[in-house]
Design a protein around this ligand. Structure first.
Ligand code: PEP
Length: 249
């Protein structure tokens, strides 16, 4: 973790669960964990109900993706303002599943991030290399390029968050070594400070990819790891809370 940064544990529920299950899972997290911010990102269609269920709690509610446009003829899409109106405070953007399954490139992600900022949402921009890119020794250059292309002006001062999510670690049970995580987080911090100045020293940098209660403490002890973006383990309340409790005080 980084001294002076309040840690964040964010859950990405992806396309799982019914509305009833989403509200029940959220309610199980209501009490939060002292010293740690919790954020849950249900499917966009469940955001409003989960946000209403979490009113007065210590748990923030975010969305998964938004459109880059303010409004218009975009059948099936939702705007950042609609998500804000529904009760979201954050939005995950540029997740590798969006980059791979919806052909989102850095320019697309940057446009969505600008839209999120304009609507008053805090963007969580995801970056990360594929396994082939890591094996070829390109992990750091890929992440640096994605950061450069996906993050617009105004991101740091608005409290934007970056999540390092190596594609090959998502949902696989595999994680980079602690040294590899630390190296990428250091690279990201320096790239952000180079571009945005010292304010980027307090930008939250999350790690994501097969975070579990068993490996969380080791990851959170690393410098410049200010929390986690959690997929599978965020669907089990006890596991999500155990991950948050693994954050050093
Ligand atoms: C994710 O999809 O953002 C993620 C980190 O998934 P998991 O924790 O399941 O690897």
């Amino acid at each position: 973790m980084t001294p002076g940064i309040r840690p964040l544990i964010a859950g990405n529920w992806k396309m799982h669960g019914s509305l009833r299950e989403a509200v029940r899972l959220a309610e199980a997290l209501r009490g939060g964990v002292p010293g740690v911010d919790l954020l849950i990102c249900p499917p966009n269609v469940h955001v409003h109900s989960v946000a209403v269920a979490m009113l007065g709690s210590r748990v923030a509610v975010g969305a998964q993706d938004c459109h880059a446009a303010l409004q218009g003829a975009h059948t099936g899409d939702v705007s950042a303002a609609m998500l804000r109106d529904a009760g979201a405070t954050h939005v995950i953007l540029g997740h590798s599943e969006r980059r791979a399954n919806h052909a989102e490139d850095d320019t697309t992600v940057c446009g969505k991030t600008e839209a999120a900022l304009a609507a008053g949402l805090i963007p969580i921009v995801c970056v990360g290399e594929t396994e082939a890119e890591r094996l070829a020794g390109h992990a750091e250059s890929v992440v640096t390029r994605q950061l450069e292309g996906s993050i617009p002006y105004g991101f740091v001062t608005a409290g934007g968050i970056v999540a390092y999510e190596p594609v090959w670690a998502i949902g696989t049970g595999r994680t980079p070594t602690e040294e590899e995580v630390a190296a990428i987080h250091d690279t990201m911090r320096e790239a952000l400070v180079d571009r945005f100045g010292p304010a980027a020293r307090t930008t939250r940098l999350l790690y994501g990819g097969s975070v579990k209660p068993a490996n969380a403490a080791g990851i959170f002890a690393l410098p410049d790891v200010d929390g986690a973006l959690v997929g599978g383990a965020s669907l089990v309340a006890a596991d999500f809370l155990a991950i948050a409790r693994a954050m050093p005080e």
